[in-house]
Design a binder for this molecule. Sequence first.
Ligand SMILES: [Mg+2]
Length: 308
Amino acid sequence: MESEFVAWLRARLPAHERLRLGPGDDAAVLRLGDRASCVVTVDLLTDGVDFHVGQASPRRIGHKSLAVNLSDLAAMAARPLAVVVALALPRHGGRELAEGLYEGMLPLAEQFDVVIAGGDTNSWDGPLVVSITAIGEVTSHGPLLRSGAKPGDQIVVTGAFGGSILGHHFDFTPRVDEALKLNERYDLHAGIDVSDGLSIDLSRLAKESGCGAVITESLIPIAPAAEQLAAQLNDRSTPLDHALGDGEDFELILAVAPPEAERMIAEQPIDAPLTRIGHFVETPGLWQIDPAGNQRPVTPRGWEHELN
Ligand SMILES: [Mg+2]
C-alpha cells in the first residue's frame, strides 16, 4: 500500500539540514538559499486512472493536472510560485494533446500568478502521463502541516463533499486563496486537502497528529453531486457514503481550537462555506456519530494506490 511505502521511505531517507519536512505531508518544506521555507510537491496523473483521454478534453485534463498540484500547496497554506511540467505523450496526436494540456493550464496559472517555468516533453508507446512539480513559499504565518492537530480541536472543512466524478474533479478551483486567508486570520493547527476521500484524508491528518477523529454524520456538508450520483447509481450507496469516500473534492480539512473554530464559523470569511463536522480525540482511530447519537468506529474509505 502507498502509505506503507511512504513509511518505509521516511525511515530510509537520511535527515538533512535543508529538509525541514520530508515525505508524508501534502508537500515537502525545504530551506533553500536565504529562504527559510520553500514548499515543493509533485503529482503524477495517468490516462486511465486520473482521467480518460477521449472522454475529457486536453484542456480539462491540463487544468486538473495543475489544479491538483496547487491544491497540495493550498493544504500547506503556501503561496504558489512556479511549476515545471513533465509530459509522456502517446506517439499519435501528441503535439495537439500537449498544446491542449498547456491551454488548460495557462488560465489557472495566470489566476494564481504561477510561472510555468519549463519541463520535459517525451513521447512513448504508452498512455498520456502528466507530472507537474510545483514550488511555493510559506508565508510569515508558517506552513500548515498535517501533524499539528490536538485532542479537543474542532474539525472544520471548506465546501461540500461527494460525487466529484460527475465533473467537479476536473473543473474545481484549488483552495489557494482560501487557505492563505484562513491561515493569516486564524490560528490553524493542521490541514490537509481532500484528494482521496474525506474519511481517509481526515484519518491521515489525525494519524500524523498522533490523535483520533470523531465525525458527526448529520454535520457533513453533502454536495448536490453526491445526491445525484447516489440516485443515478441505484446501488444502495447513500449521498453520505459518497461524501465520505468519493475523493477528489479538493476541499480543505482543518484542525482548529474550539474558540477559534467558533469565530471562523461565525465570520464565514471565504466564499465557500466553513463547516464544523466533528472533533479530534486522544485515542487514535476514526469514529462516526449517527443521527441516533451512537458513536461507532469506522474504516476510512477512499482511493488508495495499490503497491505490490
Ligand atoms: Mg494532498
